[in-house]
Design a protein around this ligand. Structure first.
Ligand code: ATP
Ligand code: ZN
Length: 294
């Protein structure tokens, strides 16, 4: 019987679609059905274990899955509230489902100094992370532990502030809450235990990790095409640190201008855009890259 690599993923929720998309871009072919706990990858010896995100760290630690995709916030929380140390470590950051665990209150101002949280009530679904933060800041406060709908706690009078996940801040704003402190930055991460895998699984895992790495890199990287004065090519190249040296092509009918093509991260491109223009870069085209194989 062929051994199958098992990947734990959130079944439904904010991480699920992003995780499925990532694996599909890596060439894994699978169908997720409503009730199923396991989805079989048709073209590779891989099974997907579809569960609640909170269970993913312990499933990886206890050998129910070989690797898993989970929010860093959940991994940190589960480590803090678990009775035993969970054997689950981050092996790759995935760059999606970014969010922050924040403190917020109806009037963010009254808590501008963290110390004024003393002796107040804070509602949260993240007691582990919050308790650690309060301990570090030497603040004694009452934790109101909830299973969800934390943003409603102040308005129904059971807490003075909340500690909850925020991405755009729109949900908090809609509930009249203002963020006054971030206590954890989070994104989706790939986790694995320290257990060794059989050589076959290890090979397969390496292959999957290489593909994931390629997909993530290509998401952050763009292919840039621009026209530039020939004498400025060196300076422009310095502003576009890419995989290799850029391609320089002469432009028909122009002795002075050349077309330059390079690979560059989107972040650097935005940072250097004005400088590129002032060096004479024109007709700047930015194209997505489907995949980067190295
Ligand atoms: P489950 O039913 O699997 O337990 P859940 O309700 O705990 O799901 P979701 O709301 O689906 O979890 O969020 C899953 C993860 O998505 C979070 O743990 C977090 O890492 C990430 N996330 C990104 N943005 C947000 C956001 N605005 N609010 C909540 N989580 C977010
Ligand atoms: Zn959850």
């Amino acid at each position: 019987m062929t051994e199958r690599l098992r990947i734990a993923l959130q079944k439904k929720g904010r991480l699920a679609e992003n995780s499925f998309n990532l694996l599909r871009k890596c060439g894994l072919n699978f169908t997720v059905r409503g009730g199923g706990l396991l989805a079989r990858v048709k073209n590779m010896p891989i099974d997907l274990l579809l569960v609640r995100d909170d269970d993913i760290p312990s499933f990886v630690a206890n050998n129910a899955a070989d690797i898993g995709i989970v929010g860093e916030n959940v991994l940190v929380e589960e480590q803090l509230v678990s009775n035993v140390e969970l054997d689950a470590n981050i092996i790759m950051r995935l760059g999606f489902s970014k969010c922050k665990l924040c403190l917020a209150s109806p009037d963010g101002k009254s808590f501008e100094s963290i110390k004024s949280l003393k002796n107040t009530r804070i509602a949260t679904t993240y007691p582990g992370v919050l308790r650690k933060f309060l301990f570090k800041e030497d603040i004694k406060a009452t934790l109101v532990e909830m299973k969800g709908a934390v943003e409603l706690a102040p308005s129904i009078g059971i807490a003075d502030s909340i500690c909850d996940l925020v991405s755009s801040g729109a949900t908090l704003e809609a509930n009249g809450l203002k963020v006054f402190k971030t206590i954890l930055d989070s994104e989706a991460v790939l986790i694995q235990s320290n257990r060794s895998l059989t050589p076959k699984k290890e090979l397969l895992l390496k292959k999957v990790l290489r593909r994931i790495d390629g997909v993530i890199k290509s998401a952050e990287t763009k292919y840039v095409m621009l026209n530039a004065p020939r004498e400025k090519v060196d300076k422009i190249t310095e502003l576009l640190p890419g995989s290799d040296s850029p391609t320089i092509v002469p432009l028909a009918g122009s002795d002075n201008l050349v077309a330059l093509q390079a690979v560059c991260t989107e972040k650097i491109l935005w940072e250097n855009l004005e400088d590129l223009k002032s060096l004479g870069a024109r007709a700047i085209l930015v194209l997505p890259i489907e995949k980067m194989m190295s």
